[in-house]
Design a protein around this ligand. Structure first.
Ligand code: XMP
Ligand code: MG
Length: 177
């Protein structure tokens, strides 16, 4: 693996495809156990989570569904910002077991704003599975149930994660130099 350039920034190798896939396989084994007989819905948050969701879902051997929503955050006049639903939830989640799939949790703002909305639909349970957890960056509390990697507070790209829309199509994850 070697460094890459995305737009004006240099990124260095951080997590290899092999490391990522191994962690995802371990997570799938765990979820196949924890959700056996529960017919969970994997709720993937676009765009960043599409590869993580696809690779994980291929390893799910129990009865399960997958669906997608798109959340966008806008920084308004205040620093707290605002999270809007750009593509909403089609599935009926009432009484269902939900596993939220996120590529990365940074400040926690996105999920902190979305979780009450999901809860109002009356799911049986909601748990969060995240590929990358930037704990140090947290500003809004979010309980993460399944984490593949704890990472430091540095910007990353690759494997679904982007810098200004680019860099998502890399099998490995890179960290800002
Ligand atoms: P919050 O702060 O709401 O952030 O937990 C979640 C969303 O912010 C984006 N994000 C990143 N995207 N590299 C990226 O490519 C990063 O290091 C990074 N940190 C946060 C991402 O869209 C995530 O869903
Ligand atoms: Mg995202």
């Amino acid at each position: 693996m070697h460094s890459i350039k995305v737009l004006d920034k240099e990124f260095e190798p951080y997590l290899s495809e092999k490391e990522i896939q191994e962690k995802i396989n371990e997570l799938a084994v765990q979820l196949n156990k924890d959700y056996a007989g529960k017919k969970p819905i994997f709720l993937s948050i676009l765009n960043g989570s599409f590869l993580f969701t696809a690779d994980l879902f291929k390893q799910i051997t129990i009865e399960a569904e997958v669906c997608f929503i798109k959340l966008a955050s806008y920084k308004g006049m205040t620093s707290s910002g605002n999270v809007i639903t750009a593509i909403g939830l089609e599935a009926n989640v009432t009484g269902r077991h939900i596993i939220i799939m996120e590529d990365i949790i940074d400040t926690g703002k996105t999920l902190h704003h979305y979780l009450p909305q999901l809860a109002s639909s009356g799911p049986a349970s909601v748990k969060i599975a995240v590929l990358l957890n930037k704990k140090e960056a947290r500003q809004f509390s979010v309980n993460v149930d399944y984490t593949c990697f704890e990472i430091p507070n540095k910007f990353v790209v690759g494997y679904g994660l982007d810098y200004d829309g680019l860099g998502r199509n890399s099998k490995d994850i890179y960290q800002l130099k």
